[in-house]
Structure formats: C-alpha cells, structure tokens
Design a protein around this ligand. Structure first.
Ligand code: MG
Length: 162
C-alpha cells in the first residue's frame, strides 16, 4: 500500500458587491456577502482541491483551471473538485480523508458545518472534516477582509499508483 499526503491553502477577499453570494464548502450561506474570485470563490473547496492535487503530484488548481480562461468564470467549485477527483483516480489513488481549517471572523461556520462536510465527503468519497478558527483580530483576516482555508489530504494507492 502506498500513501501520499498533500496540503492546500487558499484565501479570498470579501467582494464589495453585496449581491454576490457566499459559497463555502459547496453551501450557499444566506445573508452574507460573498468572496471575490473568478469562480464562485469557494475558499474551502479550493483548499481541498489543492491538497488533493498536491498529494497526487498533479500541480496546483491554477494550472488546471486558469483564471484567464473564460470557461471557469463563475464556475461551481464543487464541479472543479469533482474533475480533480477524476484526475486523482486516473493516477490510481483514492482519498483516505481530508481535514480543513477555516480562518475567518465571520460567518459562523457551526450552523453549516455538517452540510459542508457531507457535501464535500460525497464529492471525494471519503470523510472531509471542517474546523473553524477566528483570527483573533490579527491582520486582514482579523479585520474580516476575507476568509482563508488550509486543508490536508491523505491518499491511498497500490503498486500501480503514480
Ligand atoms: Mg481560490
């Protein structure tokens, strides 16, 4: 049995446009201003995808879905994650688990955590756990200028995995 570990990080600034929806872990959170980005700016899903790509030696999210490509404008990030999973499986890997830490002053994640975890777990076909952490008022994240997320992913493979 082969094992590979990967880490992912992403950060997005809140949009000035208050009509932009906030999407986190595939869940649209009502009553909150969204994040700026070429896609839906789902910072949790992006960090998960980066961790999986890293573990499988497949580069980073930007090289697969460049923000200069109009195909990915407004893209649903869980669909990008599903595409990443196709690439990961093609190399002979399956996901053992993914664990995420979200750093944000707002919104409160706890009311949405279960739904996010179930949604992302279904996409990667393995447990995805999400923890929330405030930035204690430090820096731009502490001033609620945006949301950051880290993710760790573990892949399991066999002799054919590469
Ligand atoms: Mg991103």
């Amino acid at each position: 049995m082969k094992l590979r570990i990967g880490n992912g990080f992403d950060i997005h600034r809140f949009a000035d446009d208050s009509s932009r929806p906030l999407v986190l872990g595939g869940v649209t959170i009502p009553g909150e201003v969204g994040l700026l980005g070429h896609s839906d700016a789902d910072v949790i899903t992006h960090a998960v995808a980066e961790a999986l790509l890293g573990a499988a030696g497949l580069g980073d999210l930007g090289s697969h879905f460049p923000d200069t490509d109009d195909r990915w404008r407004g893209a649903v990030s869980t669909e990008l994650l599903a595409h990443v999973m196709v690439l990961v499986r093609e190399k002979g890997w399956q996901v053992a688990n993914v664990d995420c830490s979200v750093i944000a002053e707002r919104p409160k994640l706890s009311p949405h955590r279960q739904e996010m975890q179930e949604l992302l777990s279904a996409v990667v076909e393995a447990p995805v756990t999400i923890k929330g952490r405030r930035a204690e008022g430090i820096g731009g994240l502490g001033r609620s200028e945006g949301i950051a997320c880290t993710a760790s992913a573990l892949l399991i493979g066999n002799e054919e995995s590469s």
